[in-house]
Design a protein. Structure first.
Length: 367
C-alpha cells in the first residue's frame, strides 16, 4: 500500500511546490504594483512641496511622508527625514524598509534636489502570503486525503469480505464440529481410529477458536479475571495430551502451584494452546515437549520447549500468515495472535532456537 501511495504523495508535494512558487510570483507582482502606486502618490505630494517652496509658502506636513530639500552641494535646506539614504545616485530606491524618491526643480533659476521617503510595511504582503499558504496546505491535504481514501478503500473492502467469509465459515463449521464431538462420545468406542478422529476434532476446534478470536478481538471486549494459571495450564495440557500421543510425544510438566494472573481466560488459552500445539506439530515422533510454569523474581515464567528441527528465522515467526513449514498446513495466525495478546497484556515474549536441537518459547507474566 505504501508503494501505491508514493505517487499521490509526490503529486501532492509537486502541487504544493507549484502553488508556493505561484504564490511568491503573485506576491512579487503585488509588491511591484504597490511600489508603483506609492511612487505616484509621492510624486503628487512632491508637487505640493515644490510649489510651496517656490512660492515661499509654509511647507506641508505629512504623517506618511518625510522629505528633505538640498542645494546643489547636497546641503539640506530643509529636512525632516528620519532615515537618510546611503547615497544620492537614484531616482527611486528601496533601502532598510523605506522607499526613497529623488527629483530636482528650480527656484529663481537655482536648482534644488528633493528627496521624499515613505516607510514600507510588509504586513499586507505577509497577510496575503499566509492566506495563500493556508489555502495551498488545505488543498494539498484534501488531494492527499482523496488519494489515500482511494488507495485504502480496496484494502478495507478486501478485509471486510475476508471477515465476512470467516464469519460465515465459522458459523458453518461450529455446528458440525459440535455434532461430531458429541456423537463420537455417544458411540462409546475407544480404539486407534476413534482416537484419531477425536484428535483431529480437537485440532479443528483449536484452529476454529484461533480464527474466531482473531475476528472478534477488534469489536468484542473479553472480560479480564484472576485466573489460577497453574490449574488452568494442567487442564489444557490434559486436553492436548491425546494429540501428542498420536506422534508418541511425551509431555513433561514442571508447573509450580498457585500461580495466578489477571487477564482474559480466552487470551490465556490462545497462548497455551498455540504454543503446545506448535511444539507438538514441529516435533519429530518419539520425542518430548517440556511445559514449565515457575515463579521467578515475582513474575510467572511460562516456557514451552521442543526438540524438533528448530526455526530458521525467529524474527518472522510471530508475523501474520507466516509458517515455518508449509507442509504442516495451518493459517499462520496462531503465534501472531499470541504476539498481539502479549502486547495487550504487557507480557514479555522471547524465542530461542537452534537448528536440529529445537526451540524454547518463553513468556513472562506479571503476577
Amino acid at each position: 500500500m505504501l508503494k501505491k501511495l508514493k505517487i499521490p504523495i509526490l503529486a501532492s508535494l509537486l502541487i504544493m511546490l507549484l502553488f508556493v512558487f505561484k504564490g511568491f510570483n503573485t506576491l512579487s507582482i503585488i509588491n511591484q504594483d504597490e511600489i508603483l502606486k506609492n511612487i505616484f502618490s509621492i510624486m503628487r505630494f512632491e508637487e505640493k512641496v515644490t510649489y510651496n517652496f517656490i512660492s515661499d509658502k509654509t511647507l506641508p506636513n505629512s504623517v506618511i511622508y518625510n522629505y528633505a530639500i538640498y542645494d546643489t552641494s547636497l546641503k539640506p535646506v530643509f529636512s525632516n527625514l528620519s532615515k537618510q539614504p546611503s547615497d544620492f545616485k537614484f531616482v527611486t530606491m528601496q533601502e532598510d524598509g523605506y522607499l526613497f524618491y529623488k527629483n530636482f526643480f528650480f527656484k529663481n533659476k537655482v536648482p534644488y534636489f528633493i528627496v521624499i521617503s515613505q516607510e514600507i510595511s510588509n504586513k499586507h504582503n505577509l497577510f496575503i502570503f499566509l492566506i495563500m499558504l493556508v489555502f495551498t496546505l488545505v488543498l494539498v491535504v484534501f488531494i492527499f486525503y482523496t488519494f489515500y481514501i482511494a488507495s485504502v478503500r480496496p484494502y478495507k473492502q478486501a478485509q471486510k469480505y475476508m471477515n465476512n467469509f470467516f464469519n460465515d465459515a465459522m458459523h458453518e463449521l461450529k455446528t458440525p464440529l459440535s455434532v461430531a464431538s458429541i456423537n463420537l462420545e455417544m458411540i462409546g468406542i475407544t480404539n486407534k481410529h476413534t482416537k484419531r478422529i477425536q484428535n483431529a476434532l480437537k485440532q479443528m476446534q483449536i484452529a476454529y477458536e484461533d480464527v474466531e478470536y482473531y475476528i472478534k478481538k477488534g469489536h468484542i471486549k473479553f472480560p479480564v479475571e484472576s485466573i489460577n494459571f497453574s490449574e488452568y495450564l494442567e487442564r489444557r495440557v490434559l486436553f492436548l495430551l491425546s494429540i501428542a500421543d498420536t506422534k508418541d510425544i511425551m509431555i513433561d510438566k514442571n508447573i509450580d502451584s498457585d500461580i495466578s494472573v489477571l487477564m482474559s481466560k480466552l487470551a490465556l488459552q490462545r497462548i497455551i494452546d498455540n504454543n503446545i500445539i506448535n511444539a507438538i506439530k514441529y516435533s519429530p515422533k518419539n520425542s518430548k515437549v517440556v511445559v514449565s510454569l515457575i515463579k521467578e523474581n515475582g513474575l510467572a515464567v511460562f516456557k514451552i520447549q521442543d526438540f524438533g528441527y528448530g526455526i530458521k528465522d525467529t524474527n518472522r515467526v510471530f508475523k501474520r500468515y507466516e509458517r515455518e513449514d508449509l507442509v504442516q498446513g495451518g493459517f499462520g495466525l496462531g503465534l501472531n495472535i499470541v504476539r498481539e495478546i502479549c502486547l495487550k497484556y504487557d507480557i514479555k515474549y522471547n524465542v530461542v532456537s537452534k537448528p536440529n536441537e529445537g526451540s524454547i518459547f518463553t513468556y513472562t507474566f506479571k503476577i
